[in-house]
Design a protein around this ligand. Structure first.
Ligand SMILES: C[C@@]1(CC(=O)O)c2cc3[nH]c(cc4nc(cc5[nH]c(cc(n2)[C@H]1CCC(=O)O)[C@@](C)(CC(=O)O)[C@@H]5CCC(=O)O)C(CC(=O)O)=C4CCC(=O)O)c(CCC(=O)O)c3CC(=O)O
Ligand SMILES: NC(=O)C1=CN([C@@H]2O[C@H](COP(=O)(O)OP(=O)(O)OC[C@H]3O[C@@H](n4cnc5c(N)ncnc54)[C@H](O)[C@@H]3O)[C@@H](O)[C@H]2O)C=CC1
Length: 215
């Protein structure tokens, strides 16, 4: 089995080309639009939802079959037609251009695959079976959804707020390390769950940092 390396990609304003306009393409496009990517769909037909994205000006649609050269300028590509020969051609072009590519009809032919995702604000839990059983990935992520609720979003926001303040105000590396260690050990999740958590303001973060300076 392929040993995949998970990556978290920032696709904001990056050109992503999706070939094929069925339900599989629709799922990939929806998550790319949500991420702020510049999406180009290449397909003679498109699902109602994809047509909606196009008419709302949220993606470009080249309404015809794939032609060699369609990936010029792409940062990322998806081959998601129901014709595996076409998907293979898209992969070949992408690889020639050094563009990462997903093959929806046979994951092992592309250079990346898509995991099933649970998002809680900045927290992302991704499940993949390395292509072995996408339906099982979906089922597992539904289990994870039950276990990890919205309290994690509040928690991740808190971590981001406090760490940003530390990075801005504390230059000493040892002091930073002590603060981060203490932050990781703080049981903020329990207080969020019990409804006791009050988000800190800037003054409270500074007071917390100062309490470490005095020790
Ligand atoms: C390799 C991969 C490539 C890629 O698409 O990136 C791939 C490939 C294939 N999927 C197939 C079938 C199904 N795919 C789903 C669903 C999802 N598939 C997704 C990812 C992936 N699918 C990548 C590997 C992920 C991993 O590592 O586990 C998810 C997680 C993410 C997403 O697509 O966004 C999304 C769930 C999203 C959610 O959480 O809701 C369902 C279930 C359903 O639709 O309900 C079925 C039917 C049940 C079944 O087959 O298990 C087929 C067979 C086609 C055929 O035989 O005709 C292939 C082709 C092949 O086997 O390579
Ligand atoms: N990765 C995944 O999660 C899954 C992948 N699959 C695979 O993905 C393929 C696509 O699935 P669906 O979206 O359900 O199929 P679909 O039949 O709904 O859509 C296929 C799309 O490809 C377009 N197309 C056909 N020839 C084309 C060409 N030459 N150039 C550009 N576009 C072209 C069609 O116009 C249509 O919009 C399936 O054949 C299957 O192998 C299926 C289920 C899940």
């Amino acid at each position: 089995m392929t040993h995949y390396v998970p990556l978290m990609m920032n696709l904001e304003e990056r050109r992503c080309v999706i070939v094929g306009g069925g339900t599989v393409a629709e799922r990939k496009v929806a998550s790319l639009i949500e991420a702020g990517a510049e999406v180009t769909l290449i397909s003679p037909t498109a699902t109602n939802r994809l047509q909606g994205f196009h008419s709302e000006g949220r993606m470009d649609w080249i309404q015809r079959g794939y032609q060699a050269g369609d990936l010029a300028g792409a940062f990322l590509a998806y081959a998601a037609t129901d014709r595996q020969g076409i998907n293979d051609e898209v992969v070949l072009e992408a690889e020639g251009l050094g563009i990462p590519v997903n093959h929806a009809g046979d994951g092992s032919r592309g250079s990346f695959i898509t995991p099933s995702i649970v998002r809680r604000g900045g927290l992302i839990l991704a499940v993949s079976t390395s292509g072995a059983g996408p339906g099982a990935s979906r089922a597992l992520s539904r289990e994870i959804m039950e276990r990890y609720g919205d309290d994690y979003e509040t928690y991740v926001d808190f971590l981001s707020f406090v760490r940003t303040a530390v990075k801005r105000r504390v230059q000493d590396r040892q002091m930073r390390a002590r603060l981060y260690k203490s932050l990781a050990e703080m049981d903020i999740l329990s207080s969020i769950r019990e409804g006791r958590f009050q988000p800190w303001n800037e003054a409270e973060v500074i007071a917390w940092m100062d309490s470490y300076r005095e020790e």
